[in-house]
Every structure is written in C-alpha cells, then in structure tokens.
Design a protein around this ligand. Sequence first.
Ligand code: CP
Ligand code: NVA
Length: 298
Amino acid sequence: MKHLLSIEAMDAKSIETILENASVMKAQRGDSQHQPLAGQTWAMIFTKSSTRTRVSFEVGIRELGGSVMFLSANDLQLGRGEPLKDTARVLGRMVHGAVIRTFAQSDVEEFAEWSGIPTINALTDTEHPCQIITDIFTYQELRGPIAGKVVTFIGDGACNVPISWIWAAAKLNFQLRIAAPKTHQPCPNLIAKSGGNITVTEDPNAAAEGADLLYTDVWVSMGKEAEAAQREQDFADYQINEPLIKRANADALVMHCLPAHRGKEIDEPTLEAHANTIFTQAENRLHAQNAILNWLVS
Ligand code: CP
Ligand code: NVA
C-alpha cells in the first residue's frame, strides 16, 4: 500500500518516477485509454480552504476514470467529535483512496494507518508535498534538471512549503537557501536531519545572489490568521521584487505557490512579469498530481 504523506517519507527514486510521469501525463492529457482509477471512488476531506488543490484533484481523479466526493470535515461526524480512526475505518471500507487537507500531519498519518487505502497529504501544517513535486516538475520543464541549482525561498521559513523544500533539496541534490526573520526560520534539527545543502539567513539579498529560482509563499498561512498583524511587520523586508530579482541569475525563474498577496510577499509588477511561470506552476498541479495518483495505484 503506497501513500503520499510527506516529502520526508519519500525516497528519491519515487519522486523521480513521479516527475518523469508528470511530463507524460501532461502530454497525454485527455487520453481516455489511460484510466488507472476506473471503477474507483476517491474521497477528499478538507478542513482548510483550497482553490488549486481541490480543483486539480477533482478534475484529475475524474480524468483518470474515477469518481470523487468532496467532504468538508465540518459536514462529517468528524466535526462533532467522531474519532479520526473510526472515520478512517468507515471510509476505508467504501472508497478507494483519500486526499486530505488539514492541520496536524499526525492526522493524515493516522488516517492512512487506519483506513488501509492510498492516502495523499493535500497540505498540513508540516508539509505540502504535492505542491513541491509540482514546483520541481515546473522548474525542470522550463529549465532542465534541478540538481546542482540554487533555489531561494523568501518569507516564512517555518511553514509547510519550505519544509517540503528542505526534504526535497536533500533527496534531489539542489542547494536551498531560506531567507526568513529569526522568529520564522525552520528548526535547525530538521535541517540537520534532512542532510541537504541548506543555508538559512535573515538576509534576503544574500540569499538571492546567483539563485536559479526565487520562490515565495504567503506570510500568513492558514491557521495563523490571529498573527497576521505581527507577521506583516516581521516579513516587511521579505518581498520578491525587481531589486531582489536583479541579484539572481539572469534566467532565474520566479514562483509562487499561490494564493498571492500583492504588495506583501511579492509586488504586483513582479507577479505580472512572471505570471506565465506562476500560472504554469498552478496548472501543473493537475499533471503532477495525476502522476502521483498513477504512482499510488500502480
Ligand atoms: N497552492 C495551493 O495549495 O493552493 P490552494 O490553497 O488554493 O489549494
Ligand atoms: N503556507 C500556505 C500554503 C498555501 C497553499 C498555507 O499553509 O496557508
């Protein structure tokens, strides 16, 4: 039984298989001969908002021949206190796979353990693996192999997106630099455990020097809304904008996992100048996740 619960738990070969297959899935989109989910019904259980992840999985599961049901966690008995392990055992007897977006990483792991069906982490507070697989696929599609390149993350270095980048850097052999205020840097133990070539700094200019990819995410992740005012102060100097891009390599890509907050983590002219990359990145969620689904059931 395969799951996709985190980049941490994946081996490099599986990530590479998915990345290769994502190109095939993109090229062959709409090929009705390839329906690895035919006869299957997948459940999507979301406790947090979503545009890209929800739509790309709903479309992808249908295109691969499956049916999908979207279940808001609040509408399930889960929201009234039914234990997750009971919910998992019930769904595991009825559906063929689950895509879960929630807060605690331990919840997706518990669901996978008790349901006995392939389970995908569609974002937790700890990781956003489908996003980072997509981002690497997008980088490689536009610029070639990511191995040996310099990826610079600017912003909240302690949230799910940079944590998935940390694990990916170690497995796929690229250099990762994280520029974040002291209060929002990733845990040093995690960096050490990953074994990757990773530097963490408070200086976004130094981090951007000679980078091949400049990447950012929201300053206020879902669940952190109460800290919004403080975070806006903390992150004021951590914006991707033209002066920062000038420090990167001439052909550096700019990516944002979206949703974007113009004037905060990225300015409007920069987002629009790099819109083609950023919305290709968003589209590629569909193709990369179709490759993930294919890998899970094969
Ligand atoms: N990037 C991303 O996961 O977007 P959504 O929150 O809209 O799914
Ligand atoms: N770090 C962000 C990612 C959104 C796709 C969050 O968790 O809200």
